[in-house]
Design a protein around this ligand. Structure first.
Ligand SMILES: [Zn+2]
Length: 125
């Protein structure tokens, strides 16, 4: 089990964690997204500090934590967003998928820039 998964396992039953999530997120009524207003990583994903394990802490992805609560087990796969809003932590917008599916979704939505065309425009190949 990864340190991230162990952290999630511990955080699932800690009411203070869920208070923190509530405090650091804001519902967006038009889309149903719940936007994270706390710390985000370089890709815009919601992060929070996990519990300490032998002097080590990892930053836990909040969407993974929320998805684990929804599923009822620790999700160690990527938490995918139906809404494509990376900082969204709405339970209903999250589902789990394999890394392959994650990659396919990324290509589908044109998020991955692979090449530039003759006019210097970014395109997906
Ligand atoms: Zn959303």
């Amino acid at each position: 089990m990864t340190l991230m998964a162990r952290s999630i396992e511990k955080m699932l039953t800690d009411p203070r964690v869920w208070e923190r999530i509530e405090k650091h997120s804001m519902p967006e009524p038009n889309t149903g997204c719940v936007l994270w207003i706390g710390h985000v990583d370089k890709d815009g994903y919601a992060k929070m500090t996990g519990p300490r394990f032998h002097y080590k802490r990892v930053a836990v992805t909040v969407s993974k934590l929320v998805l684990s609560k929804k599923l009822g087990f620790v999700c160690d796969e990527p938490a995918l967003h139906k809404c494509d809003v990376s900082c969204c932590v709405a339970e209903e917008h999250l589902y789990n998928g394999s890394y392959a599916q994650n990659y396919a979704d990324m290509i589908d939505r044109g998020r991955r820039v692979i090449a530039r065309d003759n006019f210097g425009k970014y395109t997906n190949v």
